[in-house]
Design a protein around this ligand. Sequence first.
Ligand code: GTP
Length: 429
Amino acid sequence: MKALRVLRSFNSSLSSNPSKTHFNSSILHHFYSAQPQEDHPTTLEEDDTSSSVFDSSQYDVVGSENNVSSSTWDEKYRERVKSKVFGEDPLEIKRSSRILIKEEEKRRRAALLARTLLEAAIARPDEEEEDKEDMVVKEKDQMSLSVGIIGAPNAGKSSLTNYMVGTKVSAVSRKTNTTTHEVLGVMTKGKTQICFFDTPGLMLKKSGFPHKDIKARIESAWRSIDLYDVLIVIFDAHRHLTKPDSRVVRLIERMGSEANPKQKRLLCINKVDLIEKKKDLLKVAEEFKDLPGYERCFTISGLKGAGVKDLTKFLMEQALKRPWDEDPLIMSEEVMKNISLEVVREKLLHYIHQEIPYGIDHRLMDWKELRDGSLRIEQHLITHKISQRKILVGKNGSKIGRIGIEANEELRTIFKRNVHLVLMVRVKS
Ligand SMILES: Nc1nc2c(ncn2[C@@H]2O[C@H](COP(=O)(O)OP(=O)(O)OP(=O)(O)O)[C@@H](O)[C@H]2O)c(=O)[nH]1
């Protein structure tokens, strides 16, 4: 659960959808590789276009697992040099070094946190389930439930799913409005599996009816929602109080009025943590509580978790005797993508003792499953300054090479398959 909230913070990096981001071959024109090689002369002109590439195919990455070196950063030594050689004020040095130490500690903690979360992300969804890890649920005993989540953009669909599904969720980077069914996440607890689906494409005009221009797609989206055992209609209560959107109210009303007898519909009044005054919350609850067509109404904070336990419990109770749809041990591709970014980021934090890892734009540019089952993952590290790029690359590419080798090996272990990691460091053009 915790992991997902952090993984979400990497959403921004993922949101640069690889399919939309075209790999610019011209930036390959001048590069020096992380592979040991002769010093490459770097002129300013060249730096503008050059990039530095780690390509795991040029390394024998297997076996480099324990190759993690620790920091050789010595603060006392640095202080002495500053005062003796550069004549800086020792008090000032002490002050700035205290800040540096704090920063370093922050980074160390961040790296540690990243590692813990990563481990959690690939572990079982719930700690309580750990002892049941090897439990195989026979098909005849399996219970499942499909849940569609519908709501306006930003209503909090992903956050709620993330919270419920915990570590097994995709920290979604969705192709909005391109598919009708998209798995937001899968929660498997004991015998029960709940699949959460997003329902993009359900757009309403001010009148409360679907747009005509993209009618076919919208109609199919509306039909598809009948397939779910449970439909959650979610809306942002805070926004409703501050800036009501009539389309959302119509959507809620329409969903209720068209209830399908085979489906349970739930209303989730979300983002209640943002509502300061209890009377405001009561006002919203009052407005929606008796809407026909809804089995239950939950007031929740999908982000902070308020009320989510009750909702999850309710959903678990609705599960039907039906084989699971998803193999609970399979990681979704989105989770894998996030993990790949996370692993590289963690190595960056470990090796670059400066602000750079926070300042760089770290993007997943390409993700391909190759015919032999291996994964080709290309990530770009885009710096603002040439000097930052140089630090990231290291002498003759040694730094990015080390980061790449270790990240590649770690990803290979996590994904249990060969990984071809390509890291390119370039300056923002
Ligand atoms: N304070 C607060 N913020 C929330 C809550 N749920 C979601 N948010 C925030 O609202 C924004 C949108 O949340 P998402 O979960 O991405 O919403 P969504 O419905 O999946 O959005 P789309 O992908 O556009 O459909 C994010 O910034 C969330 O952090 C909540 O319960 N409380």
